[in-house]
Ligand binder design. Sequence first.
Ligand SMILES: Nc1ncnc2c1ncn2[C@@H]1O[C@H](COP(=O)(O)OP(=O)(O)OP(=O)(O)O)[C@@H](O)[C@H]1O
Ligand SMILES: [Mg+2]
Length: 267
Amino acid sequence: MIVAESLQKSFTAAPAGKAVFAWRRRKSVRVVAVDAVSFRAADGCITGLLGPNGAGKTTSLRMVAGLIRPDGGRVEVDGLDVARAPRAALARLGVLSDARGLYPRLTARENVAYYAALQGMPAEAAQARIETLAGLLEMKPLLDRRTEGFSQGERVKTALARALVHDPANIVLDEPTNGLDVLSTRALREVLRHLSRPEGGGKCIVLSSHVMQEVERLCDDVVIVAKGRTVARGSVGALCERAGAADFEDAFVRLAFADAAQEAEPA
Ligand SMILES: Nc1ncnc2c1ncn2[C@@H]1O[C@H](COP(=O)(O)OP(=O)(O)OP(=O)(O)O)[C@@H](O)[C@H]1O
Ligand SMILES: [Mg+2]
């Protein structure tokens, strides 16, 4: 189970300006990426963070995954505070980040095995798990190729195998179907559904997307994020009802863009 409570994060971005004017005192720009994001993702459930571009989804998930430190708020993974007990909390988490980041000179198998070793897995157990995952993700022919030159879909599969190798109870995926074709998207959807069911381990899965059809098809629970804030939460049906909309697209537009000043939802 993953709980994110009142997350906040700002960045200092470099201002525009040419090097020739560097002698002038330039003011840097403060960007509030996440202002008040809260959600509770249950085990055995796929929770979707849905929001427009720049809403703060990636930044929120990076905080959940311990990749960046929140300015405010907290994250718990299975009751463990990510800031206080990062090792224990992150050992229970598999992460597919937006930058898939593979080592190009290593084969897919070596990429995954390396990560397994970092997680403290014995080599034999890691190899057995890699074979299982390669079957599940339909990537056996890829395993012993260097990842250099892999297609987008092949990279996603490898990164996903790496995220799942230590069999984490919680899985966080940033835009997992980005760049995948229809067949790969369907296959990935099936894998995620399987992992969320009792026979797949009843995992807690959190994913981000800006594609509402994707979220509508896959997610049991939806968290709508807009302008760095959680603005609504619930099942697709509940959100449609709340927005008084006939379909999910209308509900999303009404809820996400309704009122810039609306109150953020508590956890
Ligand atoms: N390292 C950074 N430095 C400066 N600004 C940043 C940084 N990371 C994120 N931001 C800004 O924070 C805001 C939220 O970005 P984020 O990547 O979290 O959005 P997102 O919801 O994932 O969007 P998308 O759907 O486009 O992936 C954006 O305005 C972005 O420009
Ligand atoms: Mg993003």
